[in-house]
Design a protein around this ligand. Structure first.
Ligand code: MN
Length: 750
């Protein structure tokens, strides 16, 4: 994707390429057998020759990319020689003249299958979302060979590590795709390290200032943090080793920049106020059968020294996460009264947590005890089911289903017999019923949660015991669609509703048949579609089932006369208004009221051209202000919209419709008005608060468009909409309000 043709390579290139290749070979553990050695060499030579004329955006020879992807597969994911061969070849079919058939001839079935899975689908130009379709393809191949998705992860990781040389708007697209799809997928595959790196790089692209701020503060506080970790470790290390009689590894890990950033954001705290900037990890190396008991012993010892916070105890050893993660987590009160997160796990659990899927296979034969022998198989089955159900819908719909079902955290619940079921977070009792069996779901009349009757849309909590009460006469209704979140339940309800409608339509058809026969001696078949349209229904099925429900006034038929077997409308008669009317177009997402745009349109450049070449407007979901980083989105109906790169809708737009995104920049500064809303929180200092805030803003010459304030318990929250001409003015207002002692935080609303 990043290549440009250049003349023949030179000697320097050859030396660099050879060095990279030798490094790759060195990264492979243990001696290779003759066949693997030969195949890796052959793949390298084929790829090097095929990519010879290409360079990456950074200017380096293209072949360095596949070599590096292969190295990541080995060193950071734990894959073996076959994956190396496939990684070396992963861009060959897509970007060069080499065909899949040649690869098949030289390397056989397995390699060809994987390389095919990694090759983007072509001719997707008329597709709604090429991104979604390509991902669907990757996942389908993943079901046959999971290495496809793992190599894809390595590919994405290397592209992100080298993203600097790309244009900014392309970086934004890639960041959006990564944070909506690849990061959650990495999480689901247990690739925690890669997930964190994905998130950190994305944050650096979308919020560069905040990223560098946090990175700097982390660096500044590093020494103090290391000393603290030492102090924390000292007493427990000795006690653990003496009492357990084994060597114990204790490490202190700083949290990722992304996780610190999201904490600052969601909890509205300052960097200094985040107590858990790091976690302490205690790793015990014991045989499989002693893992669980040893971890709990370690817990007992640690909590002899530091007081635990019971609500923070999480036992993912007894009930591992769906991605295979096992560990015992708790928080304790450490020296100086600080909260410290402690993770206790065995060396094997640690390996799986670091390397995810690939490490899991390594232990697969070993794992006979415990509950998670089949976590990955279960997950793959879920993927399979989602894919099968998706055959009917669009790729974008599939992606949405996939994200909501397979990427979410899960809840563990129980049947009355104590059998555990894992469902995605947010699943309801009705989802549970469908997870047991589709018949149980379809006939669900009531549910008992922990022996109490609850609504069927009760949101499941960890540990709930659920009893489903069925009734043979029960049937799914339309509103059930709002009570479930799992793909399985939705598909079964949809199918049941369709089936019911089909039966109704058969009844309606009989009614219509009688009428047409009596009045016109005309058959149904040749007239039903025309009549459906005339009566204002989208299709025959809806029309006929509405007849069965007596929702159609068939006296309207008197507007027709028979012409042979066909009905013809008598001139001058008017069709009735359709009952429900057209569905209204979706409302734009939240945000301030639409603004009167005073801005001169030439002040925005879209795709490098003056904005007035396009019909454009500013998105009301994020209200860009002159100076904000922005991009343009070509909507299906409303023309071009300018969004902020930090807009809450941006990831969805960029990830699913990247081909509709254009670069946008602000033009020369001209006086223009934008509305921006800021959120002010603080301690309620009495009746003068509003006056003080508004005076301060007015003194800056900034107009206030609206002001609302709420408060309770001595705390207030104010929303102020300002009319500003650019981000400088907005920041000025924010700074000015922060000066007040009674103000705790001021931020722009997104
Ligand atoms: Mn690639």
């Amino acid at each position: 994707m990043l290549q440009a043709n250049i003349p023949e390579g030179n000697d320097d290139d050859t030396a660099i390429i050879q060095r990279a290749y030798r490094n790759l070979l060195k990264s492979l553990p243990g001696p290779l057998n003759a066949e693997d050695k030969h195949n890796i060499r052959a793949a390298f030579e084929l790829a090097a020759k095929a990519h010879q004329q290409q360079r990456r955006k950074s200017g380096e020879p293209y072949i360095l990319h596949p070599i590096e992807v292969a190295r990541i597969c080995v060193e950071e994911i734990g894959l073996g020689p076959t994956a190396v061969v496939c990684a070396l070849l992963h861009d060959v079919v897509e970007d060069t003249d080499v065909t899949l058939r040649e690869i098949h001839g030289q390397f056989g079935d397995r390699v060809a299958l994987i390389v095919d899975g990694l090759t983007k689908l072509d001719s997707l130009h008329d597709s709604e979302s090429p991104q979604a379709e390509n991902l669907t393809k990757v996942l389908r191949t993943m079901l046959t060979d999971v290495r496809v998705v793992l190599i894809k992860m390595a590919d994405r990781l290397h592209n992100l590590r080298t993203i600097k040389s790309m244009a900014q708007h392309k970086q934004l697209k890639i960041a959006a795709e990564t944070s909506t799809i690849y990061a959650p997928l990495a999480h689901r595959l247990g690739l925690y390290k890669i997930k964190s790196e994905f998130q950190d790089i994305c944050l650096k692209i979308t919020h560069p200032e905040e990223y560098h701020d946090i990175a700097e503060q982390l660096a500044q506080t590093r020494r103090a943090r290391e000393l603290y970790i030492e102090e924390f470790k000292r007493p427990i290390q000795k006690a653990l080793e003496e009492q357990l009689g084994i060597e114990v590894k204790i490490i202190g890990r700083p949290k990722s920049i992304y996780s610190i950033w999201s904490k600052i954001r969601t909890k509205l705290v300052a960097f200094e106020d985040i107590y858990d900037l790091f976690a302490i990890r205690i790793i015990v190396d014991v045989p499989l059968e002693r893992e669980k008991v040893t971890c709990w012993q370690a817990y007992a010892i640690v909590t002899d020294f530091y007081k635990p916070i019971p609500e923070r105890l999480k036992d993912w050893i007894t009930n591992p996460k769906a991605n295979g993660y096992e560990s015992l987590h708790t928080s304790v009160i450490g020296p100086k009264g600080l909260y410290v997160e402690v993770q206790i796990r065995s060396a094997r659990m640690d390996d799986i947590a670091e390397h995810g899927f690939a490490a899991h296979w390594k232990y697969k034969g070993v794992r006979g005890v415990g509950n998670n022998a089949n976590v990955f198989e279960n997950w793959l089955n879920q993927v399979r089911e989602t894919l099968e159900n998706a055959l009917s819908g669009s790729a974008v719909e599939f992606l949405a289903d996939f994200q909501s079902n397979l990427f979410s955290e899960e809840v563990h619940v129980f049947t009355p017999k104590g059998e555990m079921k894992i469902l995605p977070e947010g699943a309801t009792a009705l989802d549970f019923a469908f997870s047991i069996h589709s018949d149980v779901g379809c006939t669900c009349r009531a549910v008992k949660i922990n022996h109490r009757v609850e609504r069927i849309n009760y949101k499941l909590k960890n540990g709930d015991q659920i009893q489903v009460i069925t009734d043979r006469n029960q049937r799914p209704s339309e509103d059930w669609m709002h009570h479930v979140i799992t793909a399985k339940a939705k598909n079964r309800i949809r199918a049941a509703l369709k089936e019911e409608k089909r039966q109704l339509a058969a009844l309606g058809r009989e009614t219509l048949e009688r009428k047409l026969q009596n009045q016109f001696k005309a058959p149904v078949e040749e007239n039903a579609d025309m009549l459906a349209k005339w009566f204002g229904f989208p299709n025959r099925l809806e029309f006929l089932s509405a007849i069965a429900l007596e929702q159609v006034d068939l006296s309207g038929l008197k507007s027709f006369r028979a012409d042979g077997s066909r009905l013809v409308e008598i001139e001058g008669e008017k069709a009735p208004q359709s009952g429900d009317g057209e569905p209204k177009p979706a409302e734009p997402l939240t945000g301030a009221k639409p603004l009167k745009q005073a801005i001169n349109k030439a002040d925005v450049f879209i795709n490098g051209e003056p904005g007035n070449y396009y019909v454009f407007s500013f998105a009301t979901c994020c209200n860009p202000v002159q100076g904000d980083p922005i991009f343009a989105y070509v909507g299906a109906k409303e023309g071009v919209k300018i969004h902020r790169t930090t807009c809450p809708n941006a990831p969805i737009l960029l990830a699913n419709y990247e081909y509709r995104v254009l670069k946008a920049e602000w033009g020369a500064t001209v006086k223009a008005d934008f509305v921006a809303t800021i959120l002010v929180t603080g301690i309620d200092a009495g009746p003068g608060v509003i006056q003080q805030l508004t005076d301060r803003i007015s003194n800056l010459g900034i107009n206030i468009r609206s002001f609302s304030i709420t408060g309770e318990g001595g705390y207030f929250e104010g929303r102020i909409s300002l009319v500003v001409s650019n981000t400088d003015q907005l920041n000025q207002a924010i700074l000015a309000l922060k000066q007040f002692k009674f103000v705790a935080n001021v931020s722009r609303m997104e």
